[in-house]
Each structure stands twice: as structure tokens, then as C-alpha cells.
Ligand binder design. Structure first.
Ligand code: CA
Length: 225
């Protein structure tokens, strides 16, 4: 069996779902490490340094999937796909605000899950345009290293936050609608609420602070620079 696509850590306490995800990802060529609770999941992520983590929100024990996501994303640029049984928008937004790259609501089809995994890895696999450094005010957006710097200091951003910043920087001076930002950053096929953009903008403002010349254009959306 082909295992050259890299490792994915799956943290899911339901053995039926874990087995299904395992089978489909292996069939695609991924190496899969399963963990059934938050502690084991964090240990597996630290040990394996996977390309991606799939985290169920509802896990037994003290550390649920959202907490695993928060802890991982506070120190690693690891792409995260959340699985949630809760269909509320709040849960979705919360998952995204914690730095998750995408989410899938149960019940999901394994094919859909695999498609999401591939899409996340495509997005996180290096820049689509020639790498370079875009300068927006005092913020350096390094598309090669995929990092943002202020005064030479790296500001840790979640993968999607960086992509939003990069897209805004690539269109500096233009007022962009939330829909344009969703299409440009999340992809035209992404199904979700425009508030997702606001949540990520809030994170960028929080992390980059006053250094970020990002204006809200009322009735339109956002403009950088
Ligand atoms: Ca669960």
C-alpha cells in the first residue's frame, strides 16, 4: 500500500467512525494514526508531526477536540479539520476561531471527508504564486515562508488567517466584499457564512494589532493598505 502522502492523526472516540476514516484515508495513500481521546491525540501529534490532524469535537476526558485544536495551533502551523456532531453555527465559528482550517458535520460521507482533507492540504502546500514578501504598512507578508512579521518578529497565524492576510495584501488598496474574500481564500466551493470572514479579520486585528492597516469599508467589506 502506498503511504507517501504523509501522516494524518485522527482523534475520534467513536470506533466506527474512526475505522471508516482510517480505511478511506489509507486507501488514498495516507498513513493514519488513530487516537481515542484528547491526551492521546496531543501525544500522537507531538510524536508524529503529521501533515494534518482530524479532531472530533466531542471527546471523552478532560480535553475535548476544541481544546486539542487550541493547544496545537498555539504552537504548530498544523492544518486541522474538525468533526462536529453539533450543527450550530456557534460551534463552527468557534472551531474556526480556534484556528481550525475546516470542519465537517456528522454524519458525513467518507468521500466528502477525503475531498476536504485534499483541499486543505492543497491550500497549505506552499504558495500558488511566486514566493515573495509583500509589505503592507509595517507588516511583512512572506508568501514563501508563509509567515507574517512585524518589526522582524514573526506573528503566529493560523493557516487560514495567513491566507486571508495574503489575499488582502495581494489586493492592497482595493475594497473587497466578504463574498470575494470567501471565494478567494476559502474557495468558490466552500459553503459557509460570511461571518466567518469577520471572525478571521478579528483574529488578524487581535494578533497584528495597530500595525495592520486594515479598514472596514461599511456596506462593502474590508480593505488592506
Ligand atoms: Ca465523539
Amino acid at each position: 500500500m502506498q503511504t507517501d502522502l504523509g501522516t494524518i492523526v485522527v482523534v475520534e472516540d467513536d470506533p466506527n467512525i474512526a475505522d471508516l476514516v482510517d480505511i478511506y484515508l489509507r486507501r488514498e495513500g495516507f498513513r493514519v494514526i488513530l487516537a481515542a481521546d484528547g491526551e492521546a491525540g496531543l501525544a500522537a501529534i507531538d510524536r508524529e508531526r503529521p501533515r494534518l490532524a482530524i479532531l472530533d469535537v466531542g471527546l471523552p476526558g478532560a480535553i475535548d477536540g476544541l481544546e486539542v485544536c487550541r493547544r496545537v495551533r498555539s504552537r504548530l502551523p498544523l492544518p486541522v479539520l474538525m468533526l462536529t456532531a453539533r450543527d450550530g453555527e456557534i460551534d463552527r465559528i468557534l472551531g474556526l476561531e480556534l484556528g481550525a482550517d475546516d470542519y465537517v458535520t456528522k454524519p458525513f460521507s467518507p468521500r466528502e471527508l477525503v475531498a476536504r482533507v485534499r483541499a486543505i492540504l492543497r491550500r497549505s502546500d506552499g504558495p500558488r504564486e511566486a514566493p515573495g514578501v509583500l509589505l503592507v504598512g509595517p507588516v511583512e507578508v512572506d508568501t514563501g515562508r508563509r509567515e507574517a512579521r512585524v518589526a522582524g518578529q514573526v506573528v503566529p497565524l493560523a493557516a487560514r488567517e495567513f491566507e486571508l492576510l495574503q489575499f488582502l495584501a495581494g489586493n492592497a488598496g482595493l475594497a473587497l466584499t466578504r463574498q470575494q474574500l470567501l471565494d478567494g481564500v476559502w474557495g468558490a466551493g466552500w459553503y459557509g457564512d460570511e461571518r466567518t470572514v469577520d471572525v478571521h479579520v478579528r483574529q488578524l486585528r487581535k494578533k497584528l494589532g495597530a500595525a495592520l492597516p486594515l479598514a472596514t469599508v461599511w456596506g462593502v467589506g474590508y480593505r488592506l493598505g
